[in-house]
Design a binder for this molecule. Structure first.
Ligand code: NAP
Length: 279
């Protein structure tokens, strides 16, 4: 079994981004908006800021109170859309209940939508002609590439169909010539399907959901889950038992998580280059 070291691969990706920024003498800016007091979101935003600083991307943080109105939030997005120092805009989800995520995402200029959640970017991904890929699935594809795991012709099973992870993940595996099945909470006989997977991606949000009996011998297992058990971070895969069967597996922490941030940095650089017409 090979442990897929997301931390190491993410360091390589971030290093390449930092080098390119320096070589091309670019000024790159990422605006991150956080509304409210969600503790997990605060950690994610702090990590993104830290990554920006380490790489040479200017980060602009907007920490807004829980009771921010939609009008106020949209006004901020509009200001950032028109600010040439800002190449990427990210609004940390989930938003407080009184704010409509769809409206806010739609307000971000597609050219600055470094999360690739805007319908224009989602549509481009579907067609296979895109500028940005959503960070988590893109990070997973980067890890597969790094470990020379060829997707062509492989049976790929994705558990989860969210717009952020499951659906784009399935699309990227399909673009890489995998034969893809997407499972969700209404899927019948889930284990029968997952047991056929050469590449199994778990994006469920339930701790230790994928057990040994659901995994084929020699499968590549990618664990997207970020759950907490007694405060300790834990994936969607029962790592201890599944790692004995898998040929490759991502740990939690240290797998998909660090890659997500690295791909955000890469997307922000891509946005800056496009906006400044730099190759
Ligand atoms: P989500 O929006 O809650 O989606 C979860 C998916 O799992 C849904 O499609 C749901 O099916 C499916 N599901 C739930 N119970 C199931 C069951 N019993 N059998 C089969 N499928 C089931 O979550 P998400 O945003 O995709 O995130 C998934 C996990 O990844 C979470 O733990 C999240 O924290 C983590 N995450 C990690 C990163 C990272 O950077 N590492 C990034 C994003 C997310 P239905 O559609 O039928 O409800």
């Amino acid at each position: 079994m090979t442990l897929i070291d997301g931390k190491a691969v993410s360091t390589l990706v971030k290093g390449r981004v930092a080098d390119e920024i320096k070589e091309k003498n670019l000024s790159v800016g990422l605006a991150v908006i956080l509304v409210g007091e969600n503790p997990a979101s605060k950690i994610y935003v702090a990590n993104k800021k830290k990554a920006c600083e380490a790489i040479g991307i200017n980060s602009y943080e907007y920490i807004l109170p829980e009771d921010t109105t939609e009008q106020e939030l949209l006004a901020l997005v509009e200001t950032l859309n028109n600010d040439s120092k800002v190449n990427g805009i990210l609004c940390q989800l989930p938003l407080p209940k009184h704010l409509d995520e769809k409206t806010v995402i739609n307000a971000i200029s597609p050219e600055k939508d470094v999360d690739a959640f805007h319908p224009v970017n989602v549509g481009k991904i579907m067609i296979g002609d895109y500028d940005f890929l959503p960070c988590t699935p893109a990070g997973i594809m980067e890890m597969l590439k790094h470990y020379n795991i060829d997707v062509t012709g492989k049976r790929c099973v994705v558990i989860g169909r969210s717009n952020i992870v499951g659906k784009p993940m399935a699309m990227l595996l399909l673009h890489s010539n995998g034969t893809v099945t997407v499972c969700h909470s209404k899927t019948e006989n889930l284990a029968d399907i997952t047991r056929n997977a050469d590449i199994l991606v778990a994006a469920v949000g339930k701790a230790k959901f994928v057990t040994e009996d659901m995994v084929k011998d020699g499968a590549v297992v990618i664990d997207v889950g970020m759950n907490r058990i007694d405060g300790k971070l834990c994936g969607d895969v029962d790592f201890e038992s599944v790692s004995k069967k898998a040929s490759f597996i991502t740990p939690v922490p240290g797998g998909v998580g660090p890659m997500t941030i690295a791909m955000l940095m890469k997307n922000t650089l891509t946005a800056a280059k496009k906006q400044n017409k730099v190759e």
